[in-house]
Ligand binder design. Structure first.
Ligand SMILES: *Cc1c(COP(=O)(O)O)cnc(C)c1O
Length: 369
């Protein structure tokens, strides 16, 4: 029985295990050997709450942080007053003073951004810190070789900027045999040779498991910290971090032939028992899981029945002994039997999307010991 009154009012209960995140951080540190390890906290700490997860990771030893947006950096700065925070999205136009004001370091992704940051530095009469990103093959963010070369030759600009990091991002790190990993490594090595004094960083979660060549001077994991498997071809080296429980609202018995949910998309083949769960697509419980996702109760796997609707979803509990599940009871959507990667596979997506779409209506519990 639930005794926490907030939990009694919620449809879904999300428990986030901070010591598991810290253990995952230490596991990645171990993989990196002597190389320090940053933490990526973009998208509200991959949906888990950046201002809670950030300090937990700092306690575990993280000293460098990355987010995507200046807005995220400003929020995280309040929770972490004394660490470098890099903004992966670059130097947002019109927001330059906010970076200074909140002590945020842009990841400069183009020569234009470098020039804009250098101009601000000259105006302030100070050198300003920043990272530069090279495009080593992903064609997403970062400077192509021509811009890196031009930057290398522009002493005036370089005298205005304190280069804190040179970085790039891997497209295929979760596929160790993919040829592009080596190609991107070589491209990045060429770029970083031009700036030999500047610490370099290439590896995201999966990149850390590609071996020492990819480690440089800083690891940059996100997903693995939060329990996503960085080595999808093998068993996960990471600890699960989230548990999501859904509350049973009703249990009903239906005859063969009776339908469940919108569109009558599910029809019972035999006499069945259906539990109606208090979670739906408004919780970002993906509608794509309709008739293909599973929940778990006491070690038994139970299939969703019918379409996921806005606030509720049907679960076929015929496999359970009658009376074993009552209104108010909780079934596991994510938990010991089914992790983010498994639920993602059922929905045809990746663990990253499961985490970052965890609903705002869930009652959240942070486990801290
Ligand atoms: C998101 C991101 C990371 C972290 O990636 P994971 O796969 O979550 O470890 C690292 N670097 C950059 C540039 C990113 O955008």
């Amino acid at each position: 029985m639930l005794t926490d009154t907030a939990a009694t009012r919620a449809g879904g209960i999300l428990t986030i295990d901070l010591p598991a995140i810290q253990a995952n951080y230490r596991r990645l540190r171990q993989e990196l050997g002597d190389v320090p390890c940053a933490a990526v906290l973009k998208a509200d700490g991959y949906g888990l709450g950046d201002t809670v997860v950030g300090p937990a990771l700092r306690k575990a030893g993280a000293r460098t942080f990355f987010v995507a947006l200046p807005d995220e950096g400003i929020r995280l700065r309040r929770a972490l007053p004394d660490v470098p925070i890099f903004i992966l999205g670059g130097l947002f136009k019109g927001a330059e003073e906010e970076y200074l004001h909140n002590d945020l370091l842009p990841v400069l992704n183009s020569l234009e951004e470098v020039e804009r940051w250098a101009a601000l530095a000259r105006q302030k009469g100070n050198r300003l810190g920043a990272a530069i990103q090279t495009d080593s093959g992903m064609s997403r963010l970062g400077m192509p070789d021509s811009e890196i070369l031009a930057l290398h030759e522009n002493q005036e600009i370089l005298s205005s900027i304190e280069l804190r990091l040179i970085m790039s991002h891997l497209a295929c790190a979760d596929e160790p045999a993919h040829l592009q990993n080596r190609e991107q490594l070589q491209s990045f090595q060429r770029a970083r040779r031009l700036f030999p004094e500047v610490p370099a960083s290439l590896a995201n979660s999966s990149g850390i498991f590609l071996g020492k060549d990819y480690h440089f001077e800083l690891g940059r994991p996100g997903a693995a910290l939060y329990g996503v498997n960085p080595t999808p071809a093998q068993a996960s080296p990471m600890r699960p971090v989230v548990r999501l429980q859904a509350k049973v609202l009703q249990v009903r018995s239906i005859d063969a032939g009776r339908s469940v949910g919108y569109g009558a998309a599910f029809r019972a083949k035999t006499k069945s028992r259906i539990a109606t769960l208090a979670l739906g697509y408004a919780d970002s419980f993906l509608r794509h899981l309709s008739d293909r996702g599973f929940a778990w109760y006491q070690g038994i796997r139970l299939p969703l029945a019918g379409r996921v609707s806005m606030d509720v979803a049907g679960l076929d509990i015929t496999a359970l002994p009658e009376g074993s599940l009552q209104p108010g009871d909780l079934v596991d959507i994510l938990g010991p039997d089914q992790g983010v990667d498994e639920l993602a596979a059922q929905a045809g997506t990746i663990g990253y999307e499961i985490l970052t779409s965890l609903g705002r209506r869930y009652h959240r519990i942070y486990r801290s010991v």
